[in-house]
Each structure stands twice: as structure tokens, then as C-alpha cells.
Design a protein around this ligand. Structure first.
Ligand SMILES: [Zn+2]
Length: 466
């Protein structure tokens, strides 16, 4: 062979390998098969129905929480996962026993309220006081010292409705630390409008925190129609007094488990795609949207993948413990795996209800964008749009993973327009889940996880910021 031809052959083989696609046509056929099987299966709905019916609410540390752990272990095994195991997590355990309230003046009427997580109890007869209204947390923070002595501080902030739930963060500020700010001004109780977009008369619970050195005062939210009523009365210049009665218990350190199931990869089993949700839920509903759906659809997605083939890398489903009380399962998981975070090639958590996935976004190094685009192309058949901002933040349980060696994080953005109508209420129940939409979610997670696990090149995160 003369030199010229050898050179041409070398050049063409170099060109061919440079332009070689991330996925072969055979792999793309498998993706198509997977998309079809996941889109036509009601496995995720069956799992969700089983969890929310046979276990129900799953407040961390309760008997139901333990039942949920046993449920998840049994289901992983039943579905044929190669490895199923538990990892311990501890958290501050808390219980709600009873709660009720009423407006006393100017005219007696019931108040639909709920205690926020970790709220202390009132005395047996409750607390009674005049309501002082603030529109925002900042207004409360600006109130003069001791100005709320013997009063009940009330924040009337209303969260806005948006497809991506962007009203939640600003509203949650008042939930997290409102009672601390109120107590600093001398208030005997703290009350706020629910972090909610709903019109129903359920109050929305959620996480809240006390601060060492600041008096712990009872900490409640009220339903939107009740919040409107109080705002109208105050606008009429009426003196509004209320009675709040919540009975709860701080039980010290509790113990729970992350439940993990894995299908092993065929070439690099130590590397894995992490998908999952959180297994715990608030106690008021049955945790169907938050986060039974995320649990069920990621378990089902992995199962559907295994029925097509085992990808090169492992697919791991992590069901995190005690998310609602402060991401305790996630903190434990990423601490336990701190030395091997670079084994995580891609991570996505489903924790935003069960409406359709409309957008796909990555957070990866520039060199991995071709793989991301190849995955996005396959997701478009499920009406999922590629969001090319490369700024995904992941679900709440992936917060500890951000800015680490394992932080190739993905968002499968779900339509959250209605999510905060039900979130953290007694109304978070199975009937709110549309089985067809859950299938679309399952298929999207299956396609994403399969392709990330079976890609030619390993997905890399952005360099860690020092
Ligand atoms: Zn959640």
C-alpha cells in the first residue's frame, strides 16, 4: 500500500471515530422499544397505588415509615433488582397529635389550620391572642422589638402559580424562619397563610426551623380561604383574636433508612446513574404526589430498562429517607458515599408531583453536551423539550450533590402548575394522579437513565468550584 493511501485511510478512520455517534442504531432501537414499553405499562401506577393504599402516610420515624421501608425492599426484590440494600439515616423525630383553631372576635368561626413540622405544642387550652398582620416576612423582621408581646404574628404572603413552581421559594422563607422572627418580637404564636395556590380549605404543612436561644412558639399555617377571611376582617379595622390549639411531640433522634435497588451494569458496574425520590411523606395525606409518584416511577423506569437489557453502567434507584424533615436521608447517603461520588455519571430526582415532564435540562461539562443532546433528541418523542441552559439543579435530595465530583445533575422538569394546590395537605391522595401522565414520566426517566448508563462516553460534571 502506498503512503498516500495509508494516510487517507488513517485520516478517514480518524474522521469516522471523531464523528461516530454516541449511540449505535441498535441502541437507538432499544431506546424506541423502551419508550414504547414504559409508555404502555401501568407498573408505576400499580406501585404508587400499592404504596399509598397499603402503607399510606409515611412521616419519618412512624410505624408507617418502617412499613414503607419494608414495602420498598420487598418491591425491589419482586421486580428482580440485582442488589437491594438499606443505609441508615438519623433525623429529629416529630409527631402531630391534634390541631384545631377558631377566630374568636369579632365573630366566632372555625379556622382551618395545621402545625408546621417541628412545631411545639400549645398548652392544653391552646393560645389566644390578637392577630397582627404582615404582608411579608421582611415586614415582620422590620417590626420594632417587643412590639408583638402577647400577640400572634401572622404573615399573609400569597404564593403565585407558575409551571415551574417559582413562587414556592419566596413563600417558603416565611415558613422556614417566620416563627423565629415572630418570637424575637415577643409574639406568643406564629401563623401564616399556607404556601399554596389552592382554593380548597386545607392547610398546607411543611418544614420549619427553630433557632437556639430564641423561644420556640407554636407555628401554624391556615388554609387560603381562612387567610382571606382574616385579611378582610383586618382591612375592616376589626380587632381579630384567634385561638390556636396544636398538640405535637418532639421525640429526639429518630432512625430510618434509605432504600436502594440496583441493576448492575455489564462493563462498569461501579459507575451508576442515580434516579429516585423520597420515600417519606407528610402525615396529612397519603403522599401520592409528594413523593409516592417519584418513588414509583423511578422504580418502574429501572425495571423497564432491565427488561430491554443491562446497560454498560449500573442503574441505581435511591429512595431517600426523611426528606420532609430536612433532607436527612440525602445528607446521610452523600456522606456515606463521599469518597466515590465520581462513580455517579448522572443523577435525577423526581419530586414535583405527577404531571407531565415538559423539559429536559442538564448540568454537565461542555464535553458531555453531545450525549445530552442525543438523549434530548430521544425524549422529544415524549413531548419533552430540550432546555439548553445546562443549569439543572436537581430535586431537593440532590442538593448535597451540587458542586461535587458527582454532580452531573439532570432535571426532568414537570409541569407544576397545579402541584401547590395539593402539596403537603390532606388532599395529596392517589386520585390526583393521572395514570397516563405517570406513564409519560416513567418513560422519560427510563429513556434518560438507559441512555446515560449505556452511552459510549461517560458523562462528566462541570469542574468543581473551589
Ligand atoms: Zn417531596
Amino acid at each position: 500500500m502506498n503512503k498516500l493511501i495509508t494516510g487517507m485511510l488513517l485520516a478517514s478512520s480518524f474522521l469516522a471515530s471523531a464523528a461516530e455517534p454516541e449511540f449505535t442504531s441498535k441502541q437507538l432501537q432499544q431506546v424506541e422499544q423502551l419508550r414504547q414499553s414504559a409508555s404502555n405499562s401501568d407498573l408505576s401506577y400499580q406501585l404508587l397505588e400499592s404504596l399509598t393504599t397499603e402503607v399510606g402516610p409515611r412521616l419519618p420515624g412512624t410505624e408507617n415509615d418502617k412499613k414503607a421501608v419494608a414495602w420498598a425492599q420487598a418491591k425491589f426484590k419482586e421486580l428482580g433488582f440485582d442488589k437491594v440494600w438499606l443505609e441508615e439515616a438519623t433525623f429529629p423525630e416529630w409527631r402531630r397529635f391534634s390541631e384545631n383553631g377558631k377566630i374568636l372576635t369579632p365573630s366566632e368561626q372555625p379556622l382551618h389550620l395545621t402545625a408546621l413540622g417541628h412545631s411545639v405544642s400549645t398548652p392544653k387550652e391552646g393560645i389566644t391572642g390578637e392577630v397582627v398582620l404582615f404582608e411579608t416576612l421582611d415586614e415582620l423582621i422590620a417590626a420594632p422589638k417587643n412590639s408583638l408581646k402577647g400577640k400572634i404574628a401572622y404573615i399573609n404572603y400569597r404564593m403565585n402559580r407558575h409551571i415551574d413552581g417559582n413562587g414556592y421559594g419566596p413563600a417558603v422563607r416565611a415558613r422556614s424562619t417566620g416563627s423565629v422572627e415572630a418570637a424575637k418580637k415577643g409574639a406568643t404564636g406564629y401563623m401564616m397563610r399556607s404556601v399554596s395556590t389552592a382554593h380548597h380549605r386545607f392547610a398546607h404543612t411543611g418544614g420549619s426551623h427553630y433557632k437556639d436561644g430564641v423561644t420556640k412558639i407554636p407555628n401554624v399555617t391556615i388554609a387560603n380561604p381562612d387567610a382571606d377571611q382574616i385579611a378582610r376582617l383586618i382591612a375592616l379595622d376589626k380587632k381579630v383574636t384567634v385561638n390556636i390549639n396544636v398538640q405535637t411531640e418532639d421525640r429526639g433522634q429518630g432512625r430510618g433508612y434509605n432504600v436502594i435497588g440496583q441493576f448492575n451494569g455489564t462493563q462498569n458496574p461501579e459507575q451508576y446513574v442515580l434516579i429516585g425520590g423520597h420515600l417519606d411523606s407528610w402525615d396529612l395525606g397519603t403522599g401520592a404526589l409528594d413523593d409516592g409518584a417519584g418513588v414509583a416511577l423511578t422504580m418502574a423506569a429501572a425495571k423497564h430498562i432491565s427488561e430491554i437489557k443491562r446497560p454498560k453502567r449500573s442503574v441505581r434507584v435511591v429512595l431517600f429517607a426523611a426528606e420532609e424533615l430536612g433532607l436527612w436521608g440525602a445528607k446521610a447517603y452523600f456522606k456515606q458515599h463521599a469518597k466515590e461520588l465520581n462513580n455517579i455519571v448522572a443523577a435525577a430526582e423526581s419530586d414535583f408531583g405527577a404531571d407531565v415532564v415538559y423539559g429536559f435540562e442538564s448540568n454537565v461539562s461542555a464535553e458531555s453536551l453531545p450525549v445530552v443532546r442525543a438523549i434530548a433528541k430521544e425524549l422529544s418523542a415524549l413531548n419533552v423539550e430540550y432546555i439548553a441552559k445546562n443549569g439543572a439543579r436537581g430535586g431537593p435530595d440532590l442538593i448535597p450533590l451540587r458542586n461535587t465530583e458527582g454532580a452531573a445533575i439532570f432535571d426532568l422538569h414537570q409541569d407544576g402548575t397545579d402541584y401547590f394546590d395539593y402539596h403537603h395537605t390532606a388532599d395529596d391522595t392517589l386520585d390526583k394522579v393521572d395514570p397516563e401522565k405517570l406513564k409519560q414520566n416513567t418513560a422519560a426517566y427510563a429513556v434518560f437513565a438507559f441512555m446515560a448508563a449505556d452511552a459510549k462516553t461517560t458523562i462528566k460534571p462541570k469542574p468543581v468550584k473551589k
